[in-house]
Design a protein around this ligand. Structure first.
Ligand code: SF4
Length: 233
């Protein structure tokens, strides 16, 4: 599929889900660049793994209330205290260990300073650096690059991967990197477009193109969709 067609489909998806909530989310992310530290963002992303945003936000607020949102305080806190604070986000044993490891590495190294230096050189080197931190996978690394540093990358979550495959932007066997690159090209490596479409695709995945029982009949891009063609044939 050509970049132009992918871009056109993405625009139709954005029009179908664009609402006040989406715009608020976009502005919140941009505002957080000034108010939230990198460490806080990484804590939030660790908490958000395998749970919904309501539960991860509650866990984050519990840490805030107990002043456990700095590397030093997390290192000094007992495992029981951390586990108890983040229980609501699930997988709390594993997440507590990851938070301790993350805090330790932030105490030992100037992570923000080193990252800023790498970002001046090359976004891919910064991505590689992030991937070496505890509990940071490809999606989280790209979330940091886009959300925190405003770099033109596309974090690919399960919704975005599923939609990209169903609509034929990539093959059904495409991996993370392939999907990321196709979307970045189609959105002209423009940070504003990438942030907006990242949020729009997740919203579209939740509301319309869900993993099970997608609402194909009301889908604005069904005429492009290979998955839809298969189910109606
Ligand atoms: S037609 Fe169905 S499967 Fe295809 S993109 Fe729309 S909702 Fe998803």
């Amino acid at each position: 599929m050509s970049e132009t067609t992918v871009g056109k489909i993405l625009e139709e998806i954005w029009i179908s889900v664009n609402d006040k909530g989406l715009e608020e989310r976009r502005l919140t992310i941009k505002k957080a660049r000034k108010t939230r530290t990198l460490f806080e963002l990484l804590v939030a992303t660790i908490l958000s793994q395998n749970t919904n945003s309501r539960n991860s936000s509650r866990a984050f607020r519990n840490l805030l209330k107990r002043k456990l949102i700095h590397p030093k305080s997390i290192i000094e806190a007992s495992m029981d205290e951390i586990r108890d604070s983040i229980k609501v986000a699930g997988l709390y044993n594993r997440k507590s260990i990851k938070l301790k490891e993350l805090a330790q590495i932030f105490m030992e190294k100037d992570i923000e300073g080193e990252l800023k230096q790498l970002l001046k050189e090359d976004v891919n080197r910064a991505r590689g650096y992030l991937l070496n931190l505890p509990a940071i996978g490809r999606k989280t690394a790209d979330i940091v690059l886009l959300f925190h540093y405003g770099k033109p990358v596309m974090p690919v979550d399960t919704h975005i991967a599923r939609i990209s495959k169903r609509l034929g932007f990539v093959s059904s066997k495409a991996d993370y990197e392939e999907i990321r690159k196709v979307l970045e090209e189609a959105l002209e490596h423009d940070e504003e477009k990438l942030l907006t479409m990242h949020l729009a695709l997740i919203s579209f995945g939740r509301k319309i193109c869900s993993a099970r029982n997608p609402k194909c009949k009301m889908c604005p891009v069904k005429t492009y969709c290979g998955h839809y063609r298969k189910i109606i044939s």
